[in-house]
Design a protein around this ligand. Structure first.
Ligand SMILES: Nc1ncnc2c1ncn2[C@@H]1O[C@H](COP(=O)(O)OP(=O)(O)OP(=O)(O)O)[C@@H](O)[C@H]1O
Ligand SMILES: [Mg+2]
Length: 251
């Protein structure tokens, strides 16, 4: 297994967000996580890449309404327990998150935003090579490289977010809701690019509201509900699970 998540529990004080979640992804697999709003999908991705630990440290004494974030369980990456490894070190090892909403630095140009994705890469030549790969995948980003990122359209911003994640040279890319707010045609474009990225050998863990598209891309899927895995199986298996689809996915 490239990534193995074992019994992850996350709680804001006593409010349980993840309740013993376990999952695994082999190298070269495309896996999806689907589930209703508030199921804990984003929290799970943030826990895997180390951002929840970072948040826990950051909020010490800063938020009055919450006194503690509880994070339990283990995460193995390439067989090594990385549960205590800080987020930046996880990124350095190739565990990269493309966050919900993209979150570009709005005041930076497109090219500068892309370069922030490569801040851990010391070799200039490697950065140039990654940039060319990203431009190859998203020609619109090349056309708009000098434009301020805050002025991009929603679709362009999504592509920038994925491009920036690629600049970190991922082994596994965790993508959180890439189609959020996009028109159907643009959605199709974005998913085509994600498929192409997967085709280059990058392992993908995708969180997506558009269940049908997620199932078409992924070979295996996890359904999350109220912080628990309620189903795990291939896309064909999930398509045949009428009860699960109705109860948890609104299909
Ligand atoms: N910083 C926080 N403080 C308190 N509660 C939080 C915090 N972040 C998330 N939660 C709660 O954790 C639960 C899961 O949130 P999360 O964002 O992981 O869900 P999600 O499955 O990604 O939902 P969506 O599909 O809407 O993106 C929600 O009930 C949310 O309100
Ligand atoms: Mg989310």
């Amino acid at each position: 297994m490239l990534l193995e998540v074992k019994e992850i529990t996350v709680a804001y004080d006593t409010a349980l967000v993840l309740d013993g979640v376990s999952l695994g992804i082999d190298k070269g697999e495309f896996v999806s996580i689907v589930g209703a709003n508030g199921a804990g999908k984003t929290t799970l991705l943030r826990t895997i890449c180390g951002l929840m630990h970072w948040e826990k440290e950051m909020m010490r004494g800063m938020r009055k309404e919450i006194s503690n974030i509880i994070i339990e369980g283990d995460i193995f990456f390439n067989g090594e327990n990385i549960s205590k490894v800080p987020a930046a070190k996880r990124a350095e090892r190739g565990l990269i998150l493309c966050p919900e909403g993209g979150r570009p630095y709005r005041e930076l140009t497109v090219i500068d935003n892309l370069k922030t994705g490569a801040f851990l890469i010391k070799e200039k030549r490697k950065v140039r090579q990654l940039l060319e790969e990203v431009y190859g995948l998203f020609p619109v980003l090349k056309e708009r490289k000098r434009q301020t990122s805050g002025t991009l359209s929603g679709g362009e911003r999504t592509m920038l977010a994925i491009g920036r994640a690629l600049m970190s040279n991922p082994t596994i890319l965790l993508i959180d809701e890439p189609s959020l707010g996009l028109a159907p045609k643009l959605k199709g474009e974005v998913f085509k690019r994600i498929e192409a990225i997967f085709g280059t050998g990058i392992t993908v863990l995708l969180v997506e509201q558009d269940v049908n598209r997620a199932l078409n891309l992924a070979s295996r899927n996890y359904v999350l509900s109220q912080g628990r895995v309620v189903f795990e199986g291939t896309s064909d298996e999930l398509r045949g699970e009428e009860k699960i689809k109705k109860a948890y996915l609104g299909l």
